[in-house]
Write a protein that binds this ligand. Structure first.
Ligand code: UDX
Length: 431
């Protein structure tokens, strides 16, 4: 099929490349010339393991194109997928201005009938709003049908998730449009849920809210485990074997971050509020997460009294391993708190330092290695479970730190191992 994808962020780029890989003819459009020039050379502007070779192969096979020209992108296409950002407004609602602009561009540049697929995460009712905009702007009267097709891929495993997703959700007003979008995904052999537009929009928010709830739930259980002398890992394993609960998303830590959960949970509270429903459970999930992100700093303050002048090393700055994304990362929240307390903070990450710098600037220092970060430190705080951090030998903390206090926010080390070293070690939900 002839497809265009508007927006070359995580979702748009990965979707475009994977659709080309299964044989579709795909043009990716972005207004950012720098990004498009990189992509034309086969270089991904985002860090995503395995993506570059995929881009190069598909450019070479003549199925994948990149452009900043709306005409070139949108003419002669059967399906156009909208995958631009919906950042958070100050009040927690989703900002739809990028979507609005892209839809206008599409309507003004197409030269035939079209199915416009919304992949961006948008509040319930937005696709109906898009259909209204189209009616207003579509002076040439080409038939355009809007279809909702939310995305569930995770950063760091985006390609794998696209090929091995649990489901594809298609929300449409007509069977024909739904069937045509289903045809686009046929080569992936993934179960397809065909439903109404509003249900599809809701599935995306409900899925993210549920996963965030699992995380805040297990984090609260971990907080109680610490106090009653239970071990969260055994507890999570024990409950996860119950098939009604399942083993996933039960890893206790210092909370969820990233570009989706924090934004989408707040947006769903807002969506509910708009229809006079107070989503109290989700409000609590968000509150628990906010507390969890500063838990280790609070603990360190309790132990040291004051953190003023203490050298604190934050190990891992991205919101999770295998990504350079620091959006809403616990590390950033912790760094800001520590700086407020007067600590001298040094951060280390295998790949996210540039992004961390753009948020934290020179309020903290940055190290080139774990060794350099923990050298002479009073406190080491593990914020992200990068493999390199998990494998860092415990004896090195003892050798290099001024006082070996390790606060492990991701339970990277086994308690058995810890016992062998003269370390002060605090983790989540374990004593
Ligand atoms: C998430 C959803 O998984 C994906 O379906 C959606 O499309 C976008 O949002 P992503 O943000 O890439 O994907 O990361 P994910 O792997 O889900 O992790 C999110 C956060 O939750 C991370 O900060 C991670 O550390 C945390 N997490 C995850 C936990 O603390 N414990 C867990 O058990 C799982």
């Amino acid at each position: 099929m002839k497809v265009a994808v508007a927006g070359t962020g995580y979702v748009g780029l990965v979707t475009g490349v994977c659709l080309a890989e299964v044989g579709h003819d795909v043009t990716c459009m972005d207004i950012d010339e720098y990004k498009i020039n990189m992509l034309k050379k086969g270089i991904s502007p985002i860090y995503e393991p395995g993506l570059d070779p995929f881009i190069q192969q598909n450019i070479q096979s003549g199925r994948l194109f990149f452009t900043t020209d709306a005409k070139e992108a949108y003419r002669n296409k059967e399906i156009i997928i909208v995958a631009v950002g919906t950042p958070e407004n100050e009040d927690g609602s989703a900002n739809l201005s990028y979507i609005q602009k892209v839809v206008k561009d599409i309507v003004e540049n197409i030269n035939g009938p079209l199915i416009l697929v919304t992949k961006s995460t948008v509040p319930v009712g937005t696709n109906d709003q898009i259909q209204e905009w189209i009616t207003e702007w579509n002076v040439r009267q080409y038939p355009i049908e809007v279809v909702s097709n939310p995305e569930f891929l995770r950063e760091g495993s985006a390609i794998h998730d696209t090929f091995h997703g649990d489901r594809i959700v298609i929300g449409a007003n007509s069977r024909e449009a739904s069937a045509q979008v289903a045809r686009l995904y046929e080569p992936f052999h993934i179960p397809i849920v065909q439903t109404s537009i509003r249900s599809a929009e809701m599935i995306k928010y409900a899925a993210n809210a549920f996963l965030a709830t699992k995380i805040s739930f297990i984090n609260e259980i971990a907080n109680i485990c610490e106090k009653v002398g239970a071990n969260i890992e055994d507890v999570a394993y024990g409950i996860g074997l119950d098939q009604r609960i399942g083993p996933h998303f039960l890893k206790a830590g210092i909370g969820y971050g990233g570009s989706c959960f924090p934004k989408d949970t707040k947006a769903l509270v807002q969506i509910a509020g708009n229809v006079q429903h107070q989503f109290e459970l989700l409000e609590a999930v968000i509150k628990v997460n906010n507390k969890q992100q500063v838990k280790l700093v609070k603990k360190a303050k309790q132990i040291f009294g004051s953190l003023n002048g203490k050298k604190c090393a934050i190990l891992g700055l991205s919101f999770k391993p295998n990504t350079d994304d620091v959006r809403e990362a616990a590390s950033i929240v912790m760094a800001k708190e520590l700086v407020k307390e007067g600590a001298a903070v040094v951060g280390y990450d295998p790949i996210a330092i540039d992004n961390a710098k753009s948020v934290l600037g020179d309020s903290i220092q940055y190290a080139h290695s774990i060794e350099e970060a923990v050298q002479n430190a009073d406190i080491a705080l593990i914020a992200t479970e990068w493999e390199e951090i998990k494998q860092f030998p415990l004896r090195k903390y003892v050798e290099l730190m001024k006082t070996p206090y390790v606060f492990d926010g991701r339970n990277c080390y086994s308690l058995e191992e810890i016992k062998k070293y003269r370390l002060k070690y605090y983790s989540i939900g374990r004593n």
